[in-house]
Design a protein around this ligand. Structure first.
Ligand code: UDP
Length: 317
């Protein structure tokens, strides 16, 4: 799939249209900004790290049933996604006190929270993404009540899944930012990216940052941090199952199906007028890589005969 037109260029990503209206390509840049663009630098390898980290996390979320915009990773820094219209809202979820919450409420950085805190911000660079509440969102028609309910539920569920996954990477998920989008049918998807640019990640049991705070606070080792998180995420397996369904192409005569059809008729089941036989495979996997199209390749190269058969597949939990 090729890029057609640059639709939007942000601080860390470019979004392109593709020949298919319902798909965009996101390209991750090495540029990093902080404090509303006042601080800016190139971090070598950041684009690649964020693309690979986000891709694997979106794959995990798909398996866990969280609808998200990710389709597949196209290259080290490009991701194919569903085209969605982004809500002008940022959702922040916090598991520990840090960043603006510590400042605003005068709390100690690192303080554990009794339950996750969910905050909303209005997406506006000029206004510095001010915090808003649910009433603002509804009164200003930024989302409907039902959409807001879905966004909150998806955010809290995603938080639970990510806490557990990052723990396996020996990282503590302190807080993060989500963005959501809506397709032309009104379906809501988790969108944007999930990476050390949008999450605070600490070495488990410590307050050592492995995220963009290294850049924000001039802590040093910025490139190493992105590389380290990428390596840990890549090396943490995702348990998953794929269900693959293979059947003969409609144009191919199904001899086995005809035998079954005749047998059914001979037993008096005359209402059956056609039988087509398919194959169902379930693959249990312990995947470290999120290489695009691996299941597609398994189907094409071994499991199905592409000349005579069609296949479909899906992740199952
Ligand atoms: N965050 C983000 N984009 C923003 C604001 C926040 O990705 O425009 C992330 C940030 O990296 C952190 C979390 O959201 O993981 C909470 O950020 P906070 O409100 O503490 O603001 P910050 O201290 O990052 O300015």
């Amino acid at each position: 799939m090729e890029k057609v037109k640059l639709l939007y260029e942000g601080k860390a990503k470019r979004v392109y249209s593709t020949p298919e209206e319902d798909k965009f390509i996101i390209e991750f840049k090495d540029t990093a900004t902080a404090f509303d663009g006042l601080k800016k630098a190139d971090i070598s390898g950041k684009g690649e790290a964020n693309c690979i980290i986000s891709s694997k996390i979106f794959e995990l979320l798909t398996i866990k049933g969280i609808k998200n915009h990710y389709i597949k990773r196209l290259s080290e820094r490009e991701m194919l996604v569903k085209s969605v219209k982004i809500f002008p809202i940022e959702v922040i979820i916090r598991n520990r006190v840090a960043g603006s919450m510590a400042k605003r409420l005068g709390l100690d950085v690192g303080k554990e929270l009794e339950r996750p805190v969910l905050e909303f911000c209005y997406k506006s660079d000029e206004l510095h993404d001010p915090m808003i509440n649910e009433d603002h969102i509804l009164a200003l028609n930024l989302a409907t009540e039902e959409e807001l309910k879905t966004i909150k539920e998806m955010s809290l569920e995603t938080n639970k899944i990510l806490i557990e996954f990052f723990r396996k990477c020996h990282l503590e998920l302190v807080d993060m930012k989500f963005e959501f989008g809506k397709d032309s049918q009104g379906n809501i998807y988790l969108a944007d990216e999930i990476s050390p640019d949008t999450c605070r990640l600490w070495e488990l049991g410590t307050t050592t940052s492995w995220d963009k705070d290294r850049f924000r606070k001039d802590l040093g080792g910025v490139e190493e941090a992105y590389r380290e998180v990428k390596e840990r995420v890549i090396n943490t397996p995702i348990d998953s199952k794929a269900r693959i369904f293979i059947r003969l192409k409609p144009s191919i005569l199904d001899a086995q199906g005809s035998v079954i059809l005749n047998a059914l008729k001979s037993l008096g089941f005359n209402e059956v007028i056609e039988v087509r036989v398919g194959k169902l495979l379930e693959l249990k996997m312990d995947r470290k890589v999120d290489e695009p199209e691996r299941i597609e390749r398994m189907c094409r190269e071994l499991l199905a005969n592409p000349v005579m058969e069609d296949y479909e597949w899906e992740w199952i939990e």
